[in-house]
Design a protein around this ligand. Structure first.
Ligand code: SF4
Length: 966
């Protein structure tokens, strides 16, 4: 509970100078939105029997009785709260609305939340497990029983583990969820088998943050900021979209100014006080020019820099003969950044120097109330994109707005980590298909290189799970994925865990239907604002049945068809992999409450909620168990605000036996840094080697990148120097999304496709004039490995000289594939056409002709109305489903962060006579060659002491420490 406010705090809260930190929480669960015309949620005491008139019976008044059960949205990473309305007469979910008791979303959703109802009612969804009967990819399937599936997969995994082929068992996730759950499964199996989509998503920005402070994401306190700077389209589609968007608006309503760097005039940029249309990849140059102004004009926060930045290390390294004083540090950085003038930034970015100076001064004036965010955007588009996040965070460091009210906190301060039952130990394996030696600093798995690694013979997969993951469509170089997935020598068994058909599932051996948001369990906690919360995703029909006294044992009994939930699938599978317990797996799936018995899903979440600080007490006030409280309200606020956690004191008990280094202030215990002395206080600090913000990175120096020892600007692979404008070359920005689309999962949401269903090429009017192009013209866009044909949208809303195309469209199915996502998919024909490949032998002993084919995709039929039990399917009015551009992109692994650099150098020309809308052509041999070119930029492990990777940086599914050494 909050402490009593002082008089000054009371006045400051009343004047809204600081947030209300002392509101009376009482025993009631606070409803987090004020009641109003558009926020009249049913009161919780009526949730078991809520009466509304049936809209379809109008004008008759036909009362309908609903049970209202909360769950969480799964249509992006924000995890907003939803309330499901279950018709008690039919036990069908009728609609989803916001949950006003969810601290992140506070009752609000974007269009994608309520569209969950489309997904669960989609007539094309997969209801039963399917097994391939013909050749892989041939589209022949038969329905099989879950028992047969579990026995088959368990047998394979058991054999692989017995034969010590642990690295051949891999789980590859698209949209995560299941906080901590899958780590527990994989570690109980003893496999280093976690792969993710992060290196085609956010690893660039994550690395930029991690190299400063280990925490790899920002958590801006937009609502309390005076100035907000976004390197993305955060109001409409960014990370933690709806929770952030509502707080950005709150901040602006309270007077905050907004600046947006984006070559597109996004909806966000159109709301901004300053739209800074940077040339893609030049963002770091602008940020460093801002930094220079803040330094030169003494707008920096001296106290924060002096106390919480490792400036002494920098001086020791850079100016060993200088006295180590803070003033000398300021002189040193003035010299280091002297080239980054506003004029230089203008030359690189096209943003006027005057605007840069004005924004810099506003940021300096905002001081500790400066909120920033960069997620995908520039961090994911460019070679060296990680430097954008690093330079952006530099501004937070300079202004002292790290962890402050209205500033930007490290992500982990606002994300709750659950305590799970019976946690297995770390695995004693290192999977080089995920973390190869060439990329020792890669922030996440090098997942987009997997097809090339398999083609090179670096390893193979025995059992490969893909979960809500569709690399054939979402990744670059999708045809290389098709080639790898089609080869049973490379991928022994591919099980696609997915609620709906997708382009990758077509190349699976099993397609296993898993539940949508309201059909499974999970817990969620994200850094949506300065607080800390946990939310419960629950299968709402199962919960409704329990409340009505008709409980089920497994979630699939309440779901449609035989749709399972992953949580129960993994428990059942693990139990079957190790039936007699001899592999040491089974013991991790024993109930913490019933010795020797298999754990149930209710017990798993009961255990977590009983250990969530403050939740048992709050539940007791309501005369509930913690599990029942979460079933009832769907969310719990663990901390109302979470600022300045680096200042937390180290407990006296922890200081027993610790030693303090007099030169650095580092407090060490048992060989580990546990904190730092600052102004006489033993503080936790940040989890970096210096326990401070690392302006100077000894890590980058040590790992062979001394040129990046401090934040600098790195020229992108699509820098103007790399383009030949005379050949019609442009930088293509493919990283933005239309606000109403999800990745693969909007294909089964009719409302969303009704709103957005095409992805034209954005081109500035001046460029179109030069090229004689008009809106609607068909263009051929040629990448380094192929081309696609798309129409153009001529607009003033894009920077001249830059083209852009949204990446969420162009879904397809072939005539042999099971019908699915017909709101979104065009019918296509894919042909592998022969190429006159030379037979040069590569340095790995393979002929280059082993590495690729030429592929062609042509649209046979567009989206059209169809008959189904949903009358809306015969009302489809759109025919255009967009163009699949990603498949024409080669892989571009950043040599440091490991991020795929999405932006492309493309040649734009009018379509050739034979080109048709939606055509795609790709040569995967060329894509292999480009992979090898980019691989040459890497500076491989080991470090001088034999390390594969720095110990202090995080690694997903962290193995034992000895596995970090080669
Ligand atoms: S922002 Fe939209 S899609 Fe994302 S979780 Fe919230 S409601 Fe769902």
């Amino acid at each position: 509970m909050p402490s009593s406010p002082t008089l000054i705090e009371k006045i400051a809260e009343k004047l809204r100078l600081i947030p209300n930190l002392h509101g009376d929480l009482g025993s009631e669960v606070p409803r987090l939105t004020e009641p109003g015309n558009l926020t009249n949620y049913p009161p919780p005491e009526k949730w078991d029997d809520w009466v509304e008139y049936e809209a379809k019976s109008w004008p008759k008044r036909h009362a309908k009785h609903y049970m209202v059960v909360p769950t969480s949205c799964f249509n992006c990473e924000a995890g907003c709260g939803l309330l499901s309305y279950i018709d008690k007469s039919t036990m069908q979910v009728r609609k989803f609305e916001g949950n006003p008791y969810h601290p992140g979303s506070r009752g609000r959703n974007c269009a994608k939340g309520p569209a969950t109802i489309n997904q669960i009612n989609d007539t094309d969804r997969i209801l039963y497990p399917q097994k391939r009967t013909g050749k892989r990819g041939a589209g022949q399937w038969e329905r099989v029983s879950w028992d047969a599936v579990l026995d088959d997969i368990a047998g394979r995994i058991c054999k692989a583990l017995q034969e010590k082929r642990n690295n051949e068992v891999v789980y590859h996730v698209g949209r995560p969820g299941h906080e901590g759950y899958i780590d527990r499964i994989l570690q109980s199996w003893g496999v280093d088998g976690h792969n993710s989509h992060t290196n085609i998503c956010s690893a660039g920005a994550r690395f930029g943050y991690a190299i400063w402070q280990m925490y790899d994401r920002p958590s801006p306190d937009h609502a309390n900021a005076n100035f907000i700077l976004l390197i993305s389209a955060h109001l409409e589609s960014g990370h933690y979209f709806n929770p952030h968007a509502q707080r950005i608006i709150e901040g602006m309503m309270n007077g905050a100014k907004l600046a947006v760097m984006d070559p597109r005039l996004s909806n966000t940029a159109s709301m901004a006080d300053y739209w800074m249309p940077t040339y893609p990849g030049s963002e770091a140059a602008v940020l460093l020019a801002i930094a220079k102004i803040i330094i030169d004009e003494n707008l920096y926060n001296r106290a924060f820099l002096c106390d919480w930045v490792n400036w002494q290390q920098y001086l020791q390294h850079e100016r060993p003969n200088d006295e180590i004083t803070f003033d000398n540090f300021i002189l040193a950085i003035k010299a280091a950044y002297k080239e980054y003038t506003p004029e230089f930034a203008e030359k690189e970015s096209g943003v006027p120097a005057k605007t840069i100076v004005e924004v810099a001064r506003q940021i300096g004036r905002a001081g500790t109330r400066f909120a920033t965010h960069n997620w995908r955007s520039a961090g994911s588009g460019n070679l060296g994109g990680w430097a954008v996040a690093r330079c952006l965070h530099f501004l937070n460091v300079l202004t002292g707005s790290v962890g402050t009210v209205g500033g930007t906190s490290p992500s982990a301060w606002n994300k709750f980590k659950p305590t799970v039952p019976n946690k297995p130990p770390a695995q004693k394996f290192w999977n080089s298909l995920h973390f190869p030696n060439e990329y020792p600093l890669a922030h996440y798995e090098m997942s987009f290189l997997l097809p090339h690694f398999l083609k090179e013979g670096r390893g193979k997969l025995d059992t490969y799970f893909t979960r809500v993951f569709n690399p054939v469509w979402t990744y670059p170089d999708g045809f290389s994925w098709i080639e790898a997935l089609s080869d049973e020598n490379k991928v022994g068994l591919h099980a696609a865990l997915t609620p709906t058909w997708n382009e990758t599932a077509y190349f699976a051996d099993y397609v296993l239907p898993m539940g949508h948001a309201s059909e499974r369990h999970d817990i969620i906690s994200y850094e949506t604002h300065s607080g800390l919360w946990i939310a419960f995703r629950q299968p709402v029909l199962r919960e409704a049945r329990r409340k009505l006294g008709k409980p089920v044992q497994f979630t699939y009994e309440a779901n449609p068809g035989e749709v399972w939930e992953e949580d129960e699938f993994w428990i059942e599978l693990s139990w079957r992999i190790d039936p007699d317990g001899s592999l040491g797996i089974k013991k991790h799936f024993i109930s913490p409450y019933r010795p020797g018995e298999k754990i149930t899903i209710d017990e798993y979440y009961q255990y977590i909620f009983e250990r969530t600080p403050g939740l048992p007490e709050k539940a007791a006030e309501h005369k509930m168990t913690p599990l029942d409280y979460m079933r009832k309200f769907g969310a719990f606020e663990v901390e109302q605000t979470s600022y300045n956690k680096h200042l937390r004191s180290i407990a006296t008990a922890d200081l027993q036996g610790a030693e303090t280094d007099s030169a650095t202030g580092l407090i060490k215990k048992a060989g580990k840094n546990i904190g730092v002395m600052v102004n006489g206080a033993a503080c936790e600090g940040f989890p970096t080697p210096s326990r401070k913000q690392e302006f100077f990175s000894q890590t980058l120096v040590y790992w062979g990148w001394p040129e990046y020892k401090i934040p600098v600007y790195i020229k992108s692979h699509i820098h103007p120097d790399a383009l030949d404008r005379n050949k019609g070359e442009f930088p293509l920005v493919p990283t933005f999304r239309l606000p109403t689309l999800i990745h693969s999962r909007s294909g089964n949401a009719k409302w969303l496709y009704e709103i957005s269903n095409r992805n034209p090429i954005w081109m500035h009017t001046s460029d179109a004039k030069k090229l004689g192009i008009q809106t609607g013209d068909l263009l051929r866009v040629t990448t380094d490995i192929g081309y696609f044909a798309d129409r153009v949208w001529v607009t003033e809303g894009i920077k001249p000289g830059v083209v852009a195309c949204s990446h969420h469209l162009g879904r397809w199915r072939r005539s042999q594939d099971a019908v699915g996502n017909r709101w979104a998919t065009s019918l296509v024909e894919i042909k592998s056409v022969s190429s006159d490949q030379s037979s040069v032998t590569s340095d790995l002993g393979h002929r280059t002709s082993d590495f690729g084919h030429q592929w062609q995709m042509k649209t046979l039929d567009t989206i059209r109305p169809y008959k189904s039990s949903d009358p809306d399917s015969s009302r489809i009015f759109w025919s255009d489903g967009g163009v699949h551009q990603n498949i024409t992109f080669p892989v571009h692994p950043d040599p440091i962060s490991g991020m795929h650099c999405w932006h492309q150098k493309v040649r734009i020309e009018k379509a050739h006579a034979e080109d048709r809308y939606g055509d795609v052509f790709v040569d995967t041999q060329k894509s292999f060659e480009i992979y090898r070119e980019w691989l040459k930029m890497a500076r491989p492990a080991p470090a001088p002491n034999g390390l594969r990777r720095p110990l202090w940086l995080n690694r997903p599914l962290r193995p034992t420490e000895e596995m970090f050494f080669l």
